[in-house]
Design a protein around this ligand. Structure first.
Ligand SMILES: [Zn+2]
Length: 504
């Protein structure tokens, strides 16, 4: 994605960054953290890590969270893709652990990232459109880490992660790259950065700005890389890796693709012959470009000793649609798996669990409690996700049975997903946009219909009734006002919800 940008930086008042020294709180020391440190000591990497800082800093690892926007796991080698898009990410996965069934709480950037930051469902944090911002009193991962002595740096590259929504809460430094223009030779000119610009900024403002070894606090670094998002316009040589015949990135442009986005046109026309494969090649070129830049970033971090006591977590805010349900760039319009399934990789500095793949269903609201848990910090009471550490420790009794996702921007939808089923409820009965909507319930049996094509809800059965009750309970539990047609409930259903504690 390239667009017009301005670069702004926000510093949290009262804290000087970079290089500030914070006193680390005496939090509980987790076995996993000890294991990391023991391992680091064994290979002699503790010398320039946070371990030598005074006080209790030695107990807490550095944390890096990378969110690559619009990244479908099935376009990564480590999730089975046959194209060479992701050598760096694949290497991270080989040295770390991989969650095969991670799902986002929303299918577009703003609410999904806010869920990631706050460990709250979208209808709880309520930052679901451009007019909202995070309410006071809602904790974020960065805030909890900062209060526990971490330095906190965020680098983001799209307006929907702007401080105006409250995303900067808890960050000492929050670099925003937002649409705009740059003054060049006294004249305003469009500024077209991509992931390269973001990595450059991280190298200058984070890596090169690190304090003297032995004097620093543990750090939390968050990176948001917007690039795989539409427009799909990587450097042409990257697109040509996947389609040597491409002579431009025109078919990855929004100008071209908007004609095939179901939410924007009443009837999606047939794509020109070969266009879908060209679009995929451009999208893959974007991923490959991001991956190469991550290699550059990790190389510098490693050279500076900044990976030696550092846990790296990589995920995405949502996937993307390539005509699976009749549309291109479908995220934010639907809740099918192609827009909710995301990668989730955790890489430990001691190689703990290397190569392990985890089967349980997890959610991106689990990211923040996991980060805190790995740092030995209790989750704030407002968090709705769960730490993944019990799963990492091999405790299947804590596996999650279902995930919940929702959108309300263009049409209000709610989804429940188990390993076997997907239930979607669309509250709107009339379209608020150009494309078709599907009011009411949709039920898909994923074992026989993994691409969610055959809606079986009308057939009715015990599974449908049970899932419907569960989804209705989740909606009502939050007391959210549902626009359009509320999910109808009988007195008996309400009583059943009451009996299992969903409502009072
Ligand atoms: Zn996004």
């Amino acid at each position: 994605m390239r667009t017009h940008w301005n670069e702004t930086t926000r510093y949290r008042s009262g804290i000087n960054r970079p290089g500030a020294r914070n006193q680390v709180a005496g939090s509980a020391v987790l076995p996993i953290v000890l294991a990391i440190l023991v391992s680091c000591a064994q290979i002699g990497c503790q010398s320039d890590g946070p371990g030598e800082a005074p006080g209790n800093e030695a107990t807490q690892p550095n944390l890096i969270l990378i969110s690559i926007d619009t990244l479908r796991p099935d376009h990564l080698g480590c999730y089975g893709y046959e194209r060479p898009t992701s050598a760096t990410i694949d290497s991270l996965a080989q040295r770390g652990v991989v969650f095969d069934h991670a799902f986002a709480q929303a299918s577009w950037t703003l609410p999904s990232h806010m869920s990631m930051f706050t460990s709250m469902y979208p209808h709880t944090h309520q930052v679901e459109d451009q007019g909202a911002s995070l309410a006071e009193g809602i904790a974020t991962a960065a805030e909890a880490l900062s209060e526990s002595g971490y330095s906190t740096d965020g680098f983001v590259s799209w307006i929907f992660l702007s401080s105006r929504f409250g995303f900067d809460r808890g960050f000492d430094r929050y670099d925003e790259i937002v649409p705009g223009r740059k003054i060049v030779d006294g004249r305003p000119k469009p500024f077209y950065p991509d992931v390269t610009t973001l990595v450059d900024s991280v190298l200058v403002n984070f890596v090169d700005a690190q304090p003297t070894p032995g004097t620093e606090s543990p750090f939390y670094l968050f990176l948001h890389i917007f690039d795989p998002h539409i427009d799909y316009d990587p450097p042409l040589e990257y697109a040509q890796i996947f389609d040597p015949s491409l002579e431009s990135t025109e078919r990855g442009s929004f100008q071209f693709l908007q004609n095939y986005i179901a939410g924007r046109t009443a009837e999606v026309p047939q794509l020109p012959d070969g266009a879908l494969e060209q679009i995929r090649a451009l999208y893959d070129g974007e991923i490959r470009h991001v991956d190469d830049q991550l290699s550059r970033l990790f190389g510098r971090l490693r050279a500076q000793g900044l990976l030696e006591n550092t846990i790296v977590m990589l995920t995405s805010d949502h996937g993307e649609e390539f005509m699976e349900h009749g549309s291109i760039e479908g995220h934010q319009w639907t809740l099918y798996d192609e827009v909710l399934h995301v990668p989730l990789i955790i890489c430990f500095p001691d190689g703990r669990g290397a190569g392990t793949r985890f089967d349980p269903i997890v959610q991106t609201i689990d990211v923040a409690p996991t980060l805190l848990d790995l740092a030995g910090i209790p989750s704030p009471e407002t968090f709705e996700g769960r730490s993944l550490r019990p799963i990492l420790d091999g405790k299947p009794d804590l596996e999650r049975a279902t995930t919940f996702s929702q959108i309300k921007r263009y049409n209000q939808k709610w989804a429940l997903r188990s390993r076997e089923h997907k239930l979607i409820f669309t509250a709107d009965t009339e379209a608020r946009f150009a494309g078709p909507i599907h009011p009411g319930f949709e039920l898909y049996e994923l074992a026989v219909d993994p691409t969610e094509q055959d809606n079986r809800f009308a057939e009715g059965n015990a599974t449908a009734d049970s899932l419907k009750l569960q989804l209705q309970g989740w909606i009502l539990e939050k007391g959210t006002d549902v626009a359009g047609d509320s999910p109808e409930m009988t007195e008996e259903e309400i009583e059943r919800l009451r009996s299992v504690g969903y409502i009072n």
